[in-house]
Write a protein that binds this ligand. Structure first.
Ligand code: PHE
Length: 372
């Protein structure tokens, strides 16, 4: 019996098979257990002979099972280690990584360039009231420039109609009469309650002049909105506004500032600017600024003056705007400019379509060298 059991134990190929052998020998109904039970019915003499033999058998079987179990455990562990190999020397799988967006990159660069010229960064709300976006900038309600901006109008808050029962009739795109308070209970200054998505960063000029005493030197980068969509127009885009208010400021200061900034931004000393008379309601005189280009390796490249490309709007801040902000236009003068950040990015990085700026396609970013 001993030989059979030990052979069965040695040949048990798995832990389950080994357990079956253990139960058949040492379990409640096992063969060795049955032998042990016979001891009770033996005479003392017989027991003295059989006792040690049977106990010896039990011990031999128990030890053999433990030994076999240890070797099966080790085999199982070896098999697992072999199948779950980790090669620590392999390079880690590449995880997709984000990168700085060209627009953010350009805004950061501009903030740095203008910081060197002593300009602080100012901000304003993207949901702007019509007084800041238009009226204070010398664009009264009937002004045609308002229509030119393709403005997104926000429907007035229903609260404002309370008491006159006309809140519900206000709708998107309909201009109220700013001279008429919309509600007798909430009669704030009329159009200060009428909101638009700001169409330019120029309202930040107003907020800055109203919020701090000159001298003022700020840039205001941010999102602006116009209802427009093609290769070079998106309904949301980015501008950076510049504003200087001080004593004795002239167009010369404006031109020098723009030249200095564009040379630093495009990293070329041969940037040439041309100021062309233009019209903006909030500047007088107003100038459209063109930047010169030359053909280099068959491509238009900024620098030189073979041809001209329109780049930004600017001018001397209109005395009426200065006055609307509560400053004395006889004491304070200044210049302002506004430029499309997306356009600057396109020119700097040679991109020809604005739409991918807002599509979040990592391949496009990578193509222009923006992947991390
Ligand atoms: N706000 C003007 C625009 O969006 C640009 C501008 C800014 C022009 C400041 C003059 C001065 O077109």
């Amino acid at each position: 019996m001993k030989t059979d059991l030990l052979a069965a134990i040695d040949s048990a190929a798995t832990l389950d098979a080994l357990e079956a052998v253990r139960v058949s020998a040492l379990g409640k109904a096992g063969s060795v257990t049955a032998l042990l039970k016979t001891l009770g019915g033996m005479s003392p003499d017989e027991r003295q002979v059989q006792g040690p033999r049977i106990q010896g058998l039990r011990e031999a079987v128990t030890t053999a099972i433990a030994t076999r179990k240890a070797s099966l455990d080790r085999a199982e562990l070896d098999a697992r280690l072999a199948s779950e190999t980790l090669d620590m020397t392999l390079p880690a799988a590449a995880a997709p990584q984000g990168s700085v967006h060209p627009v953010s990159q350009v805004m950061d660069e501009l903030a740095e360039i203008f910081a060197d010229l002593g300009f602080a960064v100012a901000t304003g709300p993207e949901i702007e009231d019509q007084w800041h976006n238009f009226t204070a900038l010398n664009m009264p309600e009937s002004h045609p420039a308002r229509a030119m901006h393709d403005t997104f109008y926000l429907s007035p808050s229903p609260l404002r109609g309370e008491g006159r029962g006309e809140g519900a009739s206000a709708s998107v795109g309909v201009l109220g009469d700013p001279a008429q308070p919309l509600s007798p209970t909430l009669s704030l200054e009329g159009e200060r309650e009428m909101y638009v998505l700001r169409t330019h960063t120029s309202p930040v000029q107003i907020r800055t002049m109203m919020g701090q005493q000159p001298p003022i030197r700020i840039i205001a980068p941010g999102r602006v909105y116009r209802s427009d969509w093609d290769a070079t127009h998106t309904p949301m885009f980015h501008q950076i506004e510049g504003l200087v208010i001080d004593k004795g400021i002239t167009l010369g200061h404006l031109k020098w500032t723009l030249e200095t900034f564009l040379k630093a931004f495009f990293e070329r000393d041969d940037i040439v600017l041309r100021l062309r008379p233009s019209y903006f309601p909030f500047t007088e005189p107003s100038a459209e600024v063109d930047v010169g280009w030359t053909m280099e390796k068959g491509r238009r490249t900024l620098g030189g003056s073979e041809g001209w490309m329109e780049l930004l709007g600017s001018g001397m801040v209109h005395p009426r705007v200065i006055a609307a902000c509560g400053l004395d236009p006889n004491e304070w003068q200044g210049f302002a400019f506004g430029v499309g950040v997306d356009r600057l990015a396109m020119l700097k990085y040679g991109m020809d379509d604005l739409r991918p700026f807002f599509e979040g396609d990592a391949r496009w970013l990578k193509h222009y060298g923006f992947s991390a």
